[in-house]
Design a protein around this ligand. Structure first.
Ligand SMILES: C[S@@+](CC[C@H](N)C(=O)[O-])C[C@H]1O[C@@H](n2cnc3c(N)ncnc32)[C@H](O)[C@@H]1O
Length: 321
């Protein structure tokens, strides 16, 4: 199957995402007569065949949804061989690398292939992803996944140490992405990898010390517009709150604090201000006890969720030293 060509009906051999709830999702490949066990009991693969993606399918002790595998769902369910990138950082990477259909991207390291799936979707149908990792077993596993998900025509994964050997391809890339411990060692190689028209680079590093070293090397090699950002999600607490209406009726305006030239304006304002003297009917005391309630969004006091810093820069071929 191809993860990038949506199909309505589930067939034998398809990858599907079994959705129990937002915290429990599992990728399975449909095989006749096999059974998937979950907390809702046994799900027969045969019961999924012929059903529409998105349907509810019964298990022995409940039911599940059977979903089409998008890159986002793959990121949430893939078997981890490494730390991976998640949707929040991925979305920024795709936008800031200016990826579009036809873009050519070089990525290192491939890791578990979480980002790779999103990169391929962004550059389809005429772009290409070259992705590199120096861990041989990871390369083999991710290669099989790319093949099973129908990505093979858009991505080449290579076993290579990019810190010592670079990418080994010249003047091909519109964008370079680095998620490895020492991106500054790779930057000198990247200048040969960019197309003559230049392109965008992005590095992902968990520590600010890594960012500092990366920025210095980016500067040294003439990269422009170097910017580091951190993507944190702030979840607002939406609440209905009630508070007392504060009456300003008893507050006296001290005319002497205004300068003389404003006197005419102040006279005008005074006429509009309700004062406690003007409505001596006890109206202000009554207002003090009035309340008002409305919905409000309260931001979190702290914003946890640090994953890493994303450093972007632009490369123009005239930058080459
Ligand atoms: C954190 S993982 C990348 C995760 C990936 N971005 C994802 O979303 O799945 C880092 C990967 O970089 C690879 N790596 C580290 N140093 C490398 C190097 N010098 N050359 C190639 N790959 C390297 C590691 O083997 C590891 O698989």
């Amino acid at each position: 199957m191809s993860m990038f060509t949506y199909r309505d009906i589930i067939k034998e051999g398809d990858l599907i995402i079994v959705y129990l709830d937002v915290r429990h999702m599992y990728p399975i490949t449909i095989k006749s007569d096999e059974v998937f066990q979950s907390k809702y009991g046994a799900l027969k693969h045969n019961d999924c065949i012929g059903k529409k993606f998105g349907s509810v399918v019964s298990c022995t002790k409940g039911w599940v949804y059977v979903l089409f595998p998008t890159p986002e769902l793959w990121t949430l369910t893939l078997p981890h061989r490494t730390q991976i990138l998640y949707a929040a950082d991925i979305s920024l990477i795709v936008v800031q690398l200016d990826l579009k259909p036809g873009s050519v991207v070089c990525e290192a390291g491939t890791g578990s292939g979480s980002l790779s799936h999103a990169l391929v979707r962004a550059i389809l149908p005429s772009g290409f992803l070259y992705t590199f990792d120096f861990h041989e077993q990871r390369v083999e596993v991710v290669q099989n996944e790319f093949k099973a998900h129908g990505l093979s025509s858009y991505v080449k994964v290579e076993h290579r140490d990019v810190c010592s050997e670079g990418f080994g391809i010249d003047q091909v890339a519109d964008a370079v992405f680095l998620d490895l411990p020492n991106p500054w060692d790779v930057i000198p190689f990247t200048v040969k990898t960019f197309k003559l028209t230049g392109g965008r680079i992005c590095t992902f590093s968990p520590c600010i010390e890594q960012v500092q070293r990366t920025c210095l090397v980016l500067q040294e090699y003439g990269f422009l517009d170097i910017v580091t950002v951190e993507c944190l999600q702030r979840v607002y607490d939406v609440k209905r709150i009630t508070h007392t209406i504060i009456s300003f009726d008893d507050i006296k305006v001290d005319d002497t604090s205004f300068n003389k030239s404003k006197e005419d304006d102040i006279d005008g304002m005074e006429e509009q201000q309700p004062s406690s003297k003007k409505n001596g009917s006890g109206q202000s005391a009554q207002k003090e006890n009035e309340t008002i309630s409305h919905w409000t969004a309260i931001p979190p006091l702290q914003t946890p969720g640090h994953t890493g810093y994303l450093t972007y820069a632009s490369f123009m071929s005239s930058c080459k030293s």
